[in-house]
Ligand binder design. Structure first.
Ligand SMILES: C[S@@+](CC[C@H](N)C(=O)[O-])C[C@H]1O[C@@H](n2cnc3c(N)ncnc32)[C@H](O)[C@@H]1O
Length: 212
């Protein structure tokens, strides 16, 4: 279990939410589609080791398994970890961790999937450095998260999650900030673009892809 600190993974919030996470109407209609899109973008090859970071109830991990990859599901919240175990049976390792301190050796993953979790990590740069460390050279990061380019996202994250739900340390980043942060950590072939199309949820998110 990771050591407690400022913002310990917003554990209690997600422990409670884990009980009905998959039945939250907004999620079913919107966020799950983004997760599906991220998995499709990642397009894992058979046997690839993929870290599903901030996996929640491991819906993404299940999809990765179905595509023949070898995912590791990882989350801070004990409640989410329990749901993830229920969902995946013993088909994938499940690790309780803090995204700022990944308990893996260097270069062990072919890819990292991170969907709608990153804005909760209190030290974004530390996490990005950890992501780079655990990816093999040439490994790929695919991440979707609320975009700092979107007023709706800034409101939802800072006022909704930060102020109303009292979640400390939440943050969003502009596309330019994303590119700078990833480049600083050693990533290349970086793209960070706000979603396009008619879906308001898509337009409120940033789609990130980068190579370690
Ligand atoms: C909104 S859920 C997203 C779950 C899933 N990836 C999805 O797309 O539906 C965010 C998840 O991030 C996890 N999380 C938040 N802070 C974390 C941290 N510091 N380390 C690891 N996981 C964290 C939460 O426990 C929660 O399960």
């Amino acid at each position: 279990v990771p050591p407690p600190g400022r913002n310990p993974g917003h554990g209690l919030f997600f422990d409670v939410w884990s009980r009905f996470y998959e039945w939250t109407p907004f999620l079913r209609r919107a966020l799950f589609r983004l997760q599906d899109e991220a998995v499709a973008t990642l397009d894992p090859q058979r046997g690839q080791r993929v870290l599903d970071l901030g996996c929640g109830p491991a819906r993404g991990t299940k999809e990765l398994l179905e595509r023949g990859a070898r995912p590791v599901a990882a989350d801070y919240s004990a409640g989410m970890i329990a749901k993830a175990a229920e969902q995946t049976g013993s088909r994938a390792p499940i690790v309780r961790l803090d995204a700022m301190r990944l308990p893996f050796r260097a270069h062990v993953f072919d890819a990292i999937l991170c969907t709608n979790s990153f804005h909760h990590y209190p030290e974004p740069r530390t996490c990005v450095a950890e992501m780079w460390r655990v990816l093999r050279p040439g490994g790929r990061l695919v991440l979707v998260d609320p975009s700092g380019e979107s007023a709706v996202s800034r409101l939802m994250v800072h006022v909704g999650e930060g102020f109303l739900f009292g979640l400390e340390g939440v943050h969003v980043h502009t596309d330019v900030e994303w590119v700078a942060m990833l480049r600083e950590a050693g990533f290349r072939e970086i793209s960070a673009t706000r979603g396009r199309g008619i879906s308001p949820v898509r337009r409120a998110e940033v789609f990130v892809s980068a190579i370690a």
